[in-house]
Design a protein around this ligand. Structure first.
Ligand code: SF4
Length: 326
C-alpha cells in the first residue's frame, strides 16, 4: 500500500479547509475505503479522519427524523425511534453486510461506498470507473451481478447499498456542508447514473462533506418491508432487493413508495409503479401489475438475464409482505 498522511482536523470547518485537495480522501468507518487502498484501487496521499466530529445523533424533529452522517449502521438499525417511525430503514440496514461491518460503517460512508463489481477491484482488468477510458471488463465478462436499468456503454455496475435503497424510497434528504454553507440534496438525486463518466458515483462536490440525512414523516410504518435476494443469507450483496412502503386504507392503497437495489448504478426508484398502485386494492393482482410496469425498459446482459424474472417476483413478494398478505 502506498504511504499516506493521516490527519484529524479538530472541527468540521477545519475538515472543510483540507478536503478539497487532490489525492485527499475522507475516512470514517473505513469498511470500503481500506479495502480499496489495500488492493491499489485507490491510493490517496492524505486521509482526513472525521470520526470525532459531533455527527452521530439520531433525533425526531418537527417534520421527520434526522440522522447524523457518523451514526453507525448498527446504532441506526437498533434505534427505537427509527424502528417506530421508519422501520423500512432499520430492515434495510439489518440486511446489509455483517454485524461486525455494521458496527464500523457509518451512514455517510454507506452512501459513499463504491460498487462491488469484481473488475473494478481487479487492477489487472480494464475498468472505466477505476481508470477512465480503459474500457469495461464486465460488459463482455461475467456480468451476473450487474445492472438491468440505467447502464451506459461505459459502465454496467450497480450500487451495493441496502440502506440507500430504503432512503431513496422514503424521500430522504442528504444534508451536505461546504465552505459556502449547507446544501440539501434529494436522496434520489444524490447518486448518479454512469453515462460517460462512471468514475463519478454521486453529485457530492469535492469540497463538501455529508453531515446528515433527514427522512420526512410519513404514514408507512405499519406497511413497510425490505426484501433482499442474495446468494447466501448474510454478508452478501443483493442480486435484487426491494424497499416497499404502503399506506393502506380499508384495503385500498392510498400511497406507495418503491425502490430497488442491485439493478442500477444508483438506488432505483420505481415512480411509475408507485403511481399504478395508488387507488388499487392491496392484493396480489395489483402488485403483479405494478411489478410489470416497474420492469419497463429493463435490459439484461449475458449472465444476468435471470434478474428480468427475479426483479418483478421480488417486487411482488415485497409488496405482499408490506401489505400483510404474507
Ligand atoms: Fe468498471 Fe463499471 Fe465496467 Fe465494472 S461495470 S468493469 S465498474 S466500468
Amino acid at each position: 500500500m502506498k504511504q499516506f498522511q493521516f490527519v484529524r482536523p479538530a472541527t468540521q470547518q477545519s475538515v472543510l479547509e483540507v478536503i478539497n485537495k487532490p489525492g485527499t480522501k475522507i475516512i470514517a468507518g473505513g469498511t470500503n475505503l481500506v479495502d480499496l487502498m489495500k488492493r491499489g484501487v485507490t491510493a490517496p496521499d492524505k486521509l482526513v479522519d472525521i470520526n470525532h466530529l459531533p455527527l452521530k445523533g439520531i433525533a425526531a424533529t418537527k417534520t421527520g427524523l434526522h440522522i447524523g452522517a457518523l451514526a453507525l449502521n448498527s446504532t441506526v438499525s437498533e434505534d427505537k425511534t427509527v424502528i417506530a417511525k421508519q422501520p423500512l430503514l432499520s430492515m434495510a440496514l439489518k440486511a446489509g453486510a455483517s454485524p461486525q461491518l455494521r458496527n464500523m460503517a457509518t451512514v455517510g460512508g454507506n452512501m459513499m461506498q463504491r460498487t462491488r463489481c469484481t473488475y473494478f477491484y481487479d487492477t489487472t482488468m480494464p475498468c472505466n470507473k477505476r481508470e477512465p477510458g480503459s474500457g469495461c471488463g464486465a460488459m463482455e465478462g461475467y456480468n451476473r451481478m450487474h445492472a438491468i436499468f440505467g447502464a451506459s456503454d461505459k459502465c454496467i455496475a450497480v450500487h451495493p447499498s441496502d440502506m440507500c435503497v430504503a432512503l431513496a424510497a422514503l424521500d430522504a434528504i442528504v444534508i451536505v456542508a461546504g465552505k459556502k454553507g449547507e446544501r440539501r440534496i434529494p436522496f434520489t438525486e444524490f447518486h448518479r447514473l454512469p453515462g460517460d463518466h462512471p468514475e463519478s458515483d454521486n453529485h457530492l462536490a469535492t469540497d463538501e462533506l455529508i453531515i446528515g440525512v433527514e427522512i420526512p414523516d410519513n404514514n408507512f410504518a405499519k406497511n413497510s418491508y425490505y426484501l433482499k435476494v442474495r446468494d447466501r443469507q448474510s454478508y452478501a450483496f443483493a442480486l435484487v432487493s426491494v424497499a416497499a412502503a404502503l399506506e393502506i386504507e380499508n384495503g385500498t392503497i392510498k400511497n406507495a413508495r418503491l425502490a430497488m437495489g442491485g439493478v442500477a448504478h444508483k438506488p432505483w426508484r420505481l415512480n411509475d409503479a408507485e403511481k399504478a398502485l395508488i387507488g388499487k386494492p392491496a392484493n396480489e393482482e395489483s402488485f403483479k401489475q405494478a411489478a410489470a410496469i416497474a420492469m419497463q425498459g429493463a435490459k439484461a446482459y449475458e449472465y444476468n438475464s435471470f434478474k428480468l424474472k427475479l426483479a418483478p417476483a421480488t417486487i411482488t413478494e415485497a409488496l405482499k409482505h408490506a401489505s400483510g398478505l404474507v
